[in-house]
Design a protein around this ligand. Structure first.
Ligand code: ADP
Ligand code: MG
Length: 443
């Protein structure tokens, strides 16, 4: 499903209250009974006013009535939850406008947003359960029945966990995006002006980059962590020009993204065919220097953390080996680079955990209050998604992204639209606090 923020400006303060009431009611009810929505939202206009808002919200797909429900009730849709998160960011003045979607993973949507000053940021919306919900009806029922096991709960957990990891990694000085805010199933972070490694056809020194990435895996291990999805989509490559000044000192200059592609080749967008081989760099191309004879320095920035695990995890060795194998495989295929050194091996990395005063970041995140049961649910859901995605299937075609999870219970609520309702947009334009402006030209 795509986030369409257009309807946001048309929601009244009452509508937001009712939407929030449905969210609150969802904590204890799969389907929130209408009388409960009424009592939680406590609108001055009473039940009539609430029904009016319910109808408006259902019409734009933020809540949905369930046909099979034994009683009259609603549940929040992904769209509804998206809006609530955006509303929160807007009131924090963290997001002002919503721009283009730059990524559609199976597990998340990535959007460029901007604050009031026009500074671009990344909004990551977790969509766990999307595959199960869309493809297998049985799975959907299973998730629904499982206590607390809904997509909303899982996606929120994923976002909270990813944000917790980003914070401790940032604090420790790892190169990751700045974690700016978190709300519900979403996180807000700084935008990294860089391409994923997947899109880099050649680099000045594959051996050096390989060594840097392996060192990163080992540095994480010293802090008690394994990334768990250390692949070419989750490593962004920043390119900086290093000019050599007269004094011999190197000065870094960030490469404007518009100039990208000159010094480091970028192949066409990722193929969805996992067995396709990468294009080979042109032989007369020297990517190590620019036109001004400056050197290009490349720096990897790590992203995508909900699945991170502790070095003490029961399957830690498998996750560690998989991360290492992923780097090796990619460097061999893309850069024809094979390290002469075997490993690194889990047993050696394990000995370094917490050594020389390295802060245990796994423990720091665990201490931030995730229950064991929640973690089990999240792990199971992530594993399920990764299996469905297959090796290297990340960011596969977005073309199947035609619909949202509500395809069989669309907004059949209160079809009795009045003139007043269809005009509400005009009436309320600009009145809501922290309005989000829909735009397409931000990115
Ligand atoms: P998923 O969990 O769906 O894999 P990711 O966090 O890996 O989501 O993001 C998917 C893609 O979006 C990345 O491969 C990258 O191209 C882009 N992306 C994500 N976060 C950022 C960021 N902070 N800055 C720039 N691009 C980003
Ligand atoms: Mg990713």
């Amino acid at each position: 499903m795509k986030l369409d923020s257009k309807a946001m400006r048309h929601l009244t303060a009452e509508d937001w209250r009712v939407l929030t009431a449905v969210e609150i009611g969802s904590k204890n009810h799969e389907v929130v009974p209408t009388p409960l929505i009424e009592s939680i939202s406590k609108l001055r206009g009473g039940a009539g006013r609430v029904r009016h808002s319910i109808s408006a919200l259902a019409k734009v797909g933020l809540i949905a009535r369930l046909k099979e429900a034994r009683y009259d009730g609603y549940r929040l849709t992904y769209g509804g939850l998206d809006y609530l998160a955006l509303h929160t960011y807007a009131s924090q003045k963290a997001v002002y406008s919503v721009g283009n979607q730059i990524g559609v993973g199976k597990e998340s949507d990535i959007l460029v947003v901007a604050d009031e000053a026009g500074v671009q940021r990344i909004l990551k919306i977790h969509r766990l359960g999307r595959i199960s919900f869309r493809t297998v009806k049985a799975n959907r029922d299973y998730l629904r029945r499982r206590q607390g096991g809904s997509w909303m709960y899982l996606s929120r957990l994923a976002a909270e966990r990813e944000y917790a990891f980003m914070r401790v990694l940032k604090e420790e000085g790892f190169l990751v995006p700045d974690p700016l805010s978190q709300s519900r199933h979403t996180i807000l972070m700084s935008l990294i002006d860089a391409f994923p490694l997947r899109q880099i056809a050649s680099v000045p020194d594959p051996a050096a980059l390989y060594a840097e990435l392996i060192a990163l895996i080992l540095r994480l291990a010293r802090h008690g962590l394994i990334h768990g999805d250390f692949n070419e989509f989750n490593i962004l490559i920043k390119e900086e020009e290093e000019s050599i000044s007269d004094s011999g000192e190197e000065q870094k200059q960030p490469q404007p993204s518009s100039a990208k592609g000159k010094e480091i080749e970028h192949p066409p967008p990722p193929s969805t065919n996992p067995t396709s081989t990468s294009p080979s760099p042109s032989p007369d191309h020297d990517p190590t220097v620019t036109e001004n004879n400056n050197k290009i320095k490349i720096t990897p920035v790590l992203i995508d953390f909900p699945q991170m695990v502790s070095m003490d995890h029961a399957n830690a060795e498998m996750y560690f080996d998989r991360d290492v194998a992923c780097v090796k495989r990619f460097f061999e295929r893309r850069f024809q680079f094979v390290s002469t050194q075997p490993g690194p091996f889990f047993r050696d990395a394990k000995k370094t955990v917490g050594k020389n005063g390295a802060r245990r970041l796994d423990a720091a995140v665990e201490a931030s209050g995730f229950s064991k049961k929640a973690l089990k649910d999240l792990e199971a859901a992530i594993r399920e998604q990764q299996e469905a995605r297959g090796p290297e299937g990340e960011q596969a075609s977005a073309s199947d992204d035609d619909d949202d999870e509500d395809d069989d219970d669309d907004d059949d609520a209160d079809d009795q639209e009045t003139d007043e309702e269809s005009n509400r947009g005009a009436d309320n334009d600009g009145q809501s606090d922290g309005e989000i402006e829909a735009t397409n030209d931000v990115a």
